[in-house]
Design a protein around this ligand. Structure first.
Ligand SMILES: [Zn+2]
Length: 144
């Protein structure tokens, strides 16, 4: 997930603009992108053909790379707005052995209990971890 911007590399691979293998540019750079009516900075990865353009477009992003770009964009948005990133959510979920459904119920509940979700990120993490702990404790209590 962690991807740092780096100078453009030239690599030899198939190019969808030329429909053949040749030297193309591999970009990993910081970019400002729109998301949910906002703009956030995030690292984007893509390829560019230095030879051909189709409809003024000369760059492309294969499916898997596109997914990673979107994930990083959403994470950058979450960090900017003091929300947990996808990696943090997964690690909390694993730590407490919660299903996706259980965790999303819990987040809905946490959002109801603390309408002011614009806490500093460190405080926000503690708040969520506290709710997870509380919920887990209650669940164990209900079971017994
Ligand atoms: Zn090309």
């Amino acid at each position: 997930m962690m991807l740092k911007p780096r100078p453009t590399e030239i690599i030899n691979r198939d190019c969808p603009f030329c429909d053949m293998v040749h030297d193309v540019e591999h970009h990993i750079e910081l970019s400002t992108l729109p998301i949910k009516g906002d703009e956030v900075e995030c690292v984007v990865e893509y390829f560019r053909c230095p030879i051909n353009k189709i409809d003024g477009e000369d760059s492309w992003t294969p499916a898997g790379m596109l997914d990673e770009n979107l994930l990083r964009l959403r994470d950058s948005y979450r960090v900017k707005h003091n929300l947990l990133t996808s990696d943090e959510i997964v690690s909390i979920r694993k730590k407490y052995g919660l299903s996706q459904k259980e965790l999303s119920d819990l987040f809905g509940w946490a959002a109801l209990l603390s309408p002011d979700m614009k806490l500093p990120i460190s405080k926000m993490r503690h708040t969520i971890v506290f709710y997870v702990w509380l919920w887990e404790t209650l669940r164990l209590h209900w079971r017994s």
